[in-house]
Design a protein around this ligand. Structure first.
Ligand code: GAL
Ligand code: ZN
Length: 669
């Protein structure tokens, strides 16, 4: 199963289903995902089940050789459940109970809701366990999405208290860890501890971080509750969930653990004001690398954009070539299966304008043809690298705890964990150097260079793991605000960067939040020239203690003091970047670190043309992806043979029109 669609037979008359199945087959579709919002149709009132319609849809698709992934419909409890048990409705952070009428109107800790789920999911799973066309399950849909700040109801309050008690064991330990002596917040019992509802002033940062961790664990637990039912009832089916890239409500590394593989929903174009109209290609690549990093395994795209996105407002229309381009990019970064959202644009409901492969009228047009052609071309090649992965010598450590800690205390109004991290990612991406994203639990030693951005929170075993990595020859990049706090989000009383000091060979006696202050750094490490560029948000003020300076600040009272340092430590190297760099100095720094680490790019490409590599069972594959809205020309290195896009070759030159793609295979095995 390499290509699929998200299908909603319940939105269309039965007579249409065989037509859809035929068109799917003609396009090369081999799998559909269905039913993740169809609870009301499967159980119209308590205990009365109707799977006949879904059985029939599965059968009609099955006759065309199309398999089914079923979603558990738990994001949409029907109205009869809500009327019977209104306590299931979630409470937002203003203490207001949200109403029925959208989706995810459910509290995930609520025991009554869990009982409804147990009843329904057990019956559904049992019904489909032996259906020959059903291959697997998606639990719920996009956990955390449309949950806003998650639920602050009485049930969640109790669950929070239990979670805290489990973590701290005694209230004295919690008081100590959070520093509740501050502002007379000392507690004598766990059930006195508030949820972060509005207060006259800000909450304790340790409480806020534990709340985010609790909320994340609650989602993991909610998923596990359903995973257990399905594993028991359907031992031969796989279980997955559709993640949302950089979404931040759940620690996805934890959510991934109970799944056979993860899936991801990739929407490059967006329709709302506060988002990029189209995500830059490096961001899309970084998201895909993070998704692969969840289990360091191939993954599925469960929803790949297939038309203009939209609710009340509408995104641009994907240009000819873009649907193909995004598909190729997903596969290049490790997707084994791509499922398009959605098969056909719906005639009603909130997502009327979230366009599918087919337009509202249901007659195949341009988008259908483009996807059909993509499947035709790419499908056969994908057989060779199924299960194989991109191979990276560079790792970026990704941490939800650090991200959350900076959401609670961003320091500077514009400081964001993701965009700070992406500053590094982008420099590797622009140089066609593949990157893995990994969690602190994964193995570091396979990487020549590891970037651990904003290691604000620390814990002894992680510090020791990083020290060992460098001691044994690894090259490590640490950045500003490292070593400031303990894992409970309280400040450590050591000279910064605390226990990392010997590793990086520096001390940080002072720092400067760059509020309306112009600061720049001078990169002087390349012998031939200097580069001066603005930096932003933050400046750690460094005293060298064994390290060398690679760049210095250019302004103010700490002018000429180090801003980027390098320290040889045992068999390895530790860099410290004390500020948020601009793109030019970042490029210099990354190319310096890459050269010193002995890391080679895949190849050279013009701006906006991505080269990505994936391992196949018969050699390596390189994907060349032109993300530019204009044509591009590049030289293909020797030793690569075009397997897709041969028509774009003129001698050794590859001429790609706008959004065009080509795939090459290594000639030597
Ligand atoms: C996803 C979601 C789908 C659909 C789609 C378009 O986030 O999983 O169910 O809502 O977006 O809005
Ligand atoms: Zn709740």
């Amino acid at each position: 199963m390499k290509f699929g669609v998200d299908y909603y037979p319940e939105h269309w008359p039965k007579e249409r289903w065989p037509i859809d199945a035929g068109l799917m087959k003609e396009a090369g579709i081999e799998v559909v995902r269905m039913a993740e919002f169809a609870w009301a149709k499967m159980e119209p009132c308590e205990g009365s089940y109707d799977f006949a319609w879904l059985d029939e849809a599965i059968e009609i698709l099955g006759r065309e050789g199309i398999k089914t992934v079923l979603g558990t419909p738990t994001p949409t409890p029907p109205i009869w459940i809500i009327k019977k048990n209104p306590e299931i409705l979630p409470v937002n952070r203003d203490g207001v109970r949200l109403g029925f009428g959208g989706r995810h109107h459910d509290c995930q800790s609520n025991p009554t809701y869990r009982e409804h789920i147990k009843r329904f999911v057990t019956v559904m799973a049992r019904h489909y366990s032996n259906n020959p066309h059903v291959v697997g399950w998606q639990i719920d849909n996009e956990f955390g999405n449309s949950h806003q700040s998650l639920c602050m109801c009485d049930s969640c309050s109790v669950a929070f208290h239990k979670w805290l008690e489990n973590k701290y064991e005694t209230i004295e330990k919690l008081n100590e860890a959070w520093g509740t002596i501050f502002w007379s917040q000392t507690y004598s019992m766990f059930d006195q501890i508030p949820m972060p509802l509005p207060t006259p002033n800000g909450h304790n940062p340790s409480l806020l971080l534990d709340w985010k961790r609790f909320a994340s664990d609650l989602i993991v637990d909610f998923q596990k509750y359903q995973v257990d039912i399905i594993r028991r009832e359907c031992p031969n089916h796989f279980i997955t969930h559709n993640f949302m890239g950089f979404f931040d409500k759940t620690d996805y590394f934890n959510l991934a653990k109970d799944l056979d593989f993860i899936s991801h929903d990739q929407y490059p174009m967006h329709f709302r004001k506060n988002r990029d109209a189209i995500a830059p290609s490096y961001r899309l690549a970084a998201i895909l690398d993070l998704m692969r990093g969840m289990k360091q395994k191939p993954f599925w795209i469960m929803e790949q954009q297939s038309g203009p996105a939209g609710w009340e407002t509408i995104s641009s229309t994907p240009r000819p070539g873009q649907l193909a381009l995004w598909t190729y990019q997903s596969v290049a970064h490790g997707a084994d299966t791509v499922v398009y959202f959605r098969w056909r644009s719906c005639l009603f409901g909130t997502e009327e304008y979230w366009h599918g492969i087919l337009p509202h009228h249901g007659i195949p047009e341009r988008r259908y043809e483009e996807i059909k052609q993509t499947i035709n071309e790419l499908g056969p090649v994908m057989d060779h690298f199924k299960g194989g992965l991109p191979e990276s010598e560079v790792g970026i450590l990704f941490s939800y705890d650090q991200e959350w800690a900076f959401q609670i205390q961003p320091h500077h109004f514009e400081l964001e964990y993701i965009s700070h991290m992406l500053g590094y990612y982008r420099a590797f991406y622009d140089a066609n150097i593949p990157v893995d994203m990994l969690s602190e639990e994964q193995e570091f030693s396979r990487y020549k260079l590891l970037v651990a951005p904003l290691m604000f929170l620390t814990k002894p075993d992680l510090t020791a793991k990083l020290e060992k990595y460098v001691a044994e020859g690894g090259h490590l990049v640490l950045t500003m605000r490292t070593g400031v706090k303990d894992w409970n989000n309280a400040v450590i009383s050591k000279i910064l960067p605390g226990d990392f000091s010997p590793l990086v060979g520096i001390k940080i006696p002072e720092y400067d939040c760059l509020r309306d202050i112009d600061q720049s750094v001078r990169w002087a490490a390349s012998e031939l020239y200097e580069k001066v560029e603005k930096v932003s948000k933050w400046a750690d003020i460094i005293t060298l203690d064994g390290a060398d300076a690679l760049a210095c600040y250019t302004e103010d009272y700490y002018k000429d003091t180090p801003a980027i340092t390098q320290n040889t430590y045992k068999h390895g190297m530790a860099y410290y970047v004390a500020t948020e760099l601009g793109p030019e100095v970042m490029k210099e720094f990354v190319s310096y670190a890459v050269n010193h680490g002995g890391i080679k790019p895949i190849m050279q490409t013009p701006q906006g043309v991505e080269a990505a590599r994936r391992k196949g069972n018969d050699g390596d594959y390189i994907f060349i992806l032109n993300h530019n809205p204009k044509s591009a020309v590049l030289n293909m290195p020797l030793g690569w043979k075009a397997v897709i896009g041969e028509k774009f070759m003129r001698g050794n030159e590859l001429h790609l029109s706008q959004y065009a793609v080509a795939v090459f295979k290594s000639e030597q095995v």
